[in-house]
Design a binder for this molecule. Structure first.
Ligand code: UN1
Length: 509
């Protein structure tokens, strides 16, 4: 079902929304970088790249802000994040709309992304009263050993187009309560949502007397802007979300100056459909995880291993879901699959499908869908029945392609799940408790996320988010991810009158 062939302009609506969100017009109307809406293919704004001098100045200002901010007690830092959460609540519909216009997400997913920002703000406010270290038993009498966590400095945050606002908030809400300042380099494809978030942040700061100038800044541009952040000695941590190729460039540069890297790179996420699976639930889980966000989440389901006993019952149902899923204008009620980010993504998808066919794959779907007079890249999600896990299956193509394969026993399916370079997310659909436990055990999935009876995408903020191997190893959002944004000090305090040395060493002079 294709929802429509005529489509309303995105440009005038983007201007109205930016205005309502308080983004100054000169920031989006006068620059030399065109911002294109994937919804219609129109240019909806012109932003200015941040010059090298301005990036340097923003880092210096953020460092100066950090020197003040680190002295503000953490619960009062939490007050700023509480106010940011309030601003986001008030702006949810508008910011969600801007996410739709700039990144192409359907309304519920775009608003869901803003909800994720609100949730992490709430989480960080609570966290601001719970930043704690341990007290550890010492081997010496009249001594106390403890660890303290201190603010780290300026955090560089590099984000991708597919979560244009939420990923910033996972990093920044935590960084702010931890006493850090933040410089944000959004994707070149989605600078408007970043400018809008910065405007909301500045409104929160205006209501918070503790917040220093320069605590947060957005810098716009391509690779060179990211490199400035990565190479700057006053940026002790860079959190970067994007491709594995980007991570390969960023990681060693940070390592060469002993700065911290928090990397969230490619995923190639699988689901296993086991013999006892609830097929109705699994069908919905697979459909959302594989087709949702037009296959452009790093947690998107890309590989499905179906037990051979279920294949003939399940595949026709899945194929009919692929044939009937509504593809179209993401603003329209009823649309479930919006556009790809651009024509380049469409071409990469077609190349992967050609490779899959050459390797013996049978492709259903994958054809262009006429929505915006060919100006935008709409596509029917593709289901590809593969004879095995070939090279094309083992690489991540950032598009709605689901490769389906069969398996005989769970050990084989787990081995296939793990036999890719990436290690972000994974899942099993089963009602067999032994299978579920094995999948989540040490010899089960090797991914950072391993789910049972839930697809691999749609993580909540309360857990640590990230993955292993070529996914980069970083963890952000919940659990103890906050520790990445602070530095740890071990303090040993002697409250006695003698000086016993550790390990029984004698040094009497
Ligand atoms: C991403 O695709 O960059 O698990 C992050 C999810 C989201 C995060 C995805 N909460 O789908």
């Amino acid at each position: 079902m294709n929802l429509q062939t005529k489509i309303a302009s995105a440009a005038s609506e983007a201007a109205e929304v930016l205005e309502r969100l308080g983004v100054r017009q000169e920031l989006w109307s006068a620059g030399s970088r065109a911002v294109r809406s994937p919804v219609t293919g129109e240019t909806i704004a012109q932003v200015q790249d941040t010059s090298a001098e301005r990036v340097q100045a923003a880092i210096e200002a953020a460092h100066a802000a950090f020197l003040t901010w680190r002295n503000v007690p953490a619960p009062r830092r939490g007050e700023l994040v509480r106010l940011l959460g309030e601003e986001l609540r008030g702006a949810k519909a508008d910011l969600g709309r801007l996410v739709t216009l700039e990144a192409g997400k359907i309304t519920s997913e775009a608003e869901g992304e803003v909800q994720e920002m609100i949730d992490i703000c709430d989480y960080a406010v609570g966290l601001s009263r719970q930043l704690f270290g341990l007290t550890i038993a010492t081997e010496r009498a009249d001594h106390r050993m403890m660890e303290t966590w201190h603010p780290l400095g300026v955090v560089g945050v590099i984000t991708a187009f597919n979560f244009p606002v939420a990923v910033w908030s996972w990093n920044s809400a935590l960084a702010f309560v931890c006493g850090d300042s933040v410089i944000w380099k959004p994707s070149e494809k989605t600078p408007l949502t970043a400018l809008a978030v910065q405007a909301l942040f500045e409104k929160a700061c205006a209501r918070c007397p503790d917040a220093p100038e320069g605590l947060s800044a957005v810098v716009i541009g391509g690779r060179e802007v990211g490199e400035t952040l990565v190479d700057h000695p006053k940026v002790p941590l860079v959190s970067a979300t994007g491709s594995t190729a980007m991570g390969r460039a960023v990681g060693p540069r940070l390592a060469s100056r002993f700065a911290r890297a928090l990397l969230e790179l490619g995923g190639n996420n699988a689901a296993i459909l086991a013999p006892t699976a609830d097929l109705d639930l699994a069908l919905r889980g697979v459909a959302f995880a594989a087709m949702g966000t037009a296959g452009q989440r790093c947690t998107t389901l890309r590989r499905l291993f179906v037990h051979e006993s279920l294949y003939d019952a399940f595949l026709p149902r899945l194929k009919s879901a692929y044939a009937s899923v509504p593809v179209g204008d993401p603003r329209a009620a009823g649309t479930l699959v919006g556009p790809l980010i651009d024509h380049g993504a469409f071409e990469a998808m077609q190349r992967a499908l050609a490779d899959a066919r050459a390797a013996g794959g049978q492709v259903t779907g994958g054809e262009p869908v006429e929505v915006a007079g060919g100006q935008a890249a709409y596509v029917r999600p593709a289901l590809v029945e593969m004879p095995g896990q070939t090279d094309v299956v083992r690489r991540e193509t950032f598009a709605p392609i689901l490769y389906v394969m069969t398996y005989k026993d769970l050990a084989e399916a787990i081995a296939l799940n793990n036999d890719v370079p990436q290690g972000l997310s994974s899942s099993i659909f089963t009602n067999d408790m032994r299978e579920a436990e094995l999948f989540t055990s040490a010899r089960g999935s090797d991914c950072g996320i391993a789910n049972v009876n839930i697809g691999p995408s749609g993580a909540e903020i309360g857990g640590a988010f990230g993955g292993e191997k070529e996914t980069g190893g970083g963890r952000e959002a919940g659990s103890d991810s906050w520790k990445a944004y602070m530095r740890r000090a071990t303090n040993t305090v002697n409250y006695g009158r003698t000086l016993p040395l550790a390990q029984g060493v004698k040094f009497d002079i």
